[in-house]
Design a protein around this ligand. Sequence first.
Ligand code: ZN
Length: 169
Amino acid sequence: MSVNYASPSPCNAGKAAIMAAAEKFARDAEMQPGDPLEAIVERLGGRVCYKALDDADLEDGSIVVEEQGKFTITLPTYTGAARDRFTIAHELGHYFLHYPRCCAPMAAKRYGSDRVEWEANWFAAGLLMPSAQFQAAFETHAGDITKLAALFGVSLQAATIRAQGLGLL
Ligand SMILES: [Zn+2]
């Protein structure tokens, strides 16, 4: 028996709107910088599992949504914590932005540069690095990106892009 999974299609909201939606979710969930995401995934009815690269043809993460409140995020075993956090947040972006438009079992497996992936990345950045908290931390730490990355549990690259996006760099 096989299930046909739909692929996500873009929600076509703008970057600012998507980031604002992610920040609102972070606020409502009372997330603090660097908080682990696994508990939030569980609260939403999802689970996170890890697979060795040999077991799966995935180069990054993936999400399979069976229905609202029932989904699995799969991560490769070889990636580090900061990368995994961003991937989980990215997959949650697919769940919040793309699954509601899909209404069928949905699987997002690619990690590319098309619109769907950009939207999920914007969501992830907003979720992990809410603008007000990020700006405040930027000032507190005098623009030290290494400290910001550690504080928010993201890669140096993700923190740099966020700082640039907020006009701080
Ligand atoms: Zn994706």
